[in-house]
Write a protein that binds this ligand. Structure first.
Ligand code: PLP
Length: 367
């Protein structure tokens, strides 16, 4: 139908999205402000641009951008296989680990499925679970802001398709070790997937928690799914690359539900090059641990209780004082993330942030 002016008339009734869409929580964002940004400490990004070899590889891929990349990113799968020591049939890769989580849940969650996860944890989990049609079953963290693994194992029942563990946990920074993970895997039936999101694995301080390869537990626990990202220590958040390692049957199911060409040729080239940049990764991880100590000290000196962190961020459990802190720091050019009523998360890595915080911090609230 045409309107009086000859333009097509706007349809009056649009199809409605699924009812779950309206009920999805909205992702939190950094605060906008006219004050110029000095420190971007709100998104747990790497403060370091990718190294020259990665930029060169990505740039060269642009020049061949008229061609599709390998259909299922088979070249990146081969590189990841060499890097992890796993068969490429056990790996799936896509545009970020969050995208993989969504496809994994989409492939396995049934209408009556429950999915257990810790809370507070990564805010994308309840959204991904609801979108997959599952029922989220959040299990509160302990008073020490850690996963309550016993309570999480108890929350698993016949309806539980998956449990999501975030280790180290975003946003509290708490972490557990290999023994705790093995104990949890022993307590959960193999018919339940244990999705182990280790986005921040490279920032665990070996003086506090012994580093371990979660993929080593796959042989004894085929229901384990290890999720990893190139967004943190590899400094490729803007290029969107993640991968998972799991039993062949699980990884194969995810590859089948992924669209063809799940990654751009640029992202594939950058990720393959990044896997060869060990020195860079070590430098980024060291810088984060150093800055994390400085930021923790600055906050503690300012009277704030800081949860000891194993991530590239620190958590202040300051409840209702989180939003005022976010506003006060933003007025000083420092962007952080507030979780209203719960706490504030400050990403670390940028040099000078600790000094800037020491100057800008308002008095610590009495919690
Ligand atoms: C725990 C956790 N998992 C996954 C992601 C997302 O990773 P990606 O950028 O690979 O989608 C984040 C991002 O902040 C995260 O905190």
């Amino acid at each position: 139908m045409l309107s009086a002016g000859g333009m097509p008339a706007r349809a009056l009734a649009l199809p409605s999205p699924l009812s779950v869409v309206d009920s999805l929580p909205v992702y939190s964002t950094a605060l906008a402000s006219a004050v110029p940004l000095r420190f971007r400490a709100s998104s747990n990004e790497s403060a370091f641009p990718p190294p020259p070899a990665v930029v060169d590889a990505a740039t060269a891929a642009i020049a061949a951008g008229n061609r599709y990349p390998a259909i299922h990113a088979t070249d990146l799968l081969a590189a990841l296989s060499a890097f992890t020591g796993r068969d490429s049939a056990e790996i799936a890769t896509a545009d970020g680990s969050l995208s993989l989580l969504q496809h994994l849940l989409g492939a396995f969650v049934r209408p009556d499925s429950s999915v257990v996860y810790a809370w507070r944890s990564y805010e994308a989990y309840p959204i991904a679970i609801a979108l997959a049609g599952g029922r989220g079953r959040p299990v509160p963290l302990t008073a020490a802001h850690e996963h309550d693994l016993d309570a999480m194992a108890d929350a698993v029942d016949d309806t539980t398709t998956a449990v999501i563990l975030c280790n180290p946990n975003n946003p509290t920074g708490t972490a557990f070790g290999r023994r705790e993970l093995e104990r949890f895997l022993d307590a959960v039936p193999t018919s339940t997937l244990v999705i182990y999101d280790e986005a921040y694995r490279d920032f665990v301080d070996p003086a506090r928690i012994d580093p371990f390869e979660a993929t080593d537990l796959l042989a004894a626990h085929p229901n384990l799914v290890v999720l990893r990202t190139f967004s943190k220590v590899y400094s490729l958040a803007g290029l969107r690359v993640g991968y998972l390692v799991a039993d062949e049957a699980v990884a194969g199911a995810v590859r089948r539900v992924l669209p063809p060409f799940p990654l751009s040729a640029v992202a594939v080239a950058a990720a393959i090059a990044a896997l060869g940049e060990d020195d860079f990764r070590v430098r980024v991880a060291r810088a984060v641990l150093r800055e994390r100590d400085l930021v923790t000290t600055a906050l503690s000196n300012g009277g704030y209780d800081v949860v000891p962190s194993s991530g590239n961020f620190v958590w202040l459990p300051i409840g209702d004082a989180a939003v005022p802190l976010q506003h006060a720091l933003r007025e000083c050019g420092i962007a952080i993330r507030a979780f209203p009523g719960e706490g504030a998360r400050i990403s670390v890595g940028e040099a000078g942030l600790a000094d800037a915080l020491a100057e800008a911090l308002p008095p610590a609230p009495v919690v």
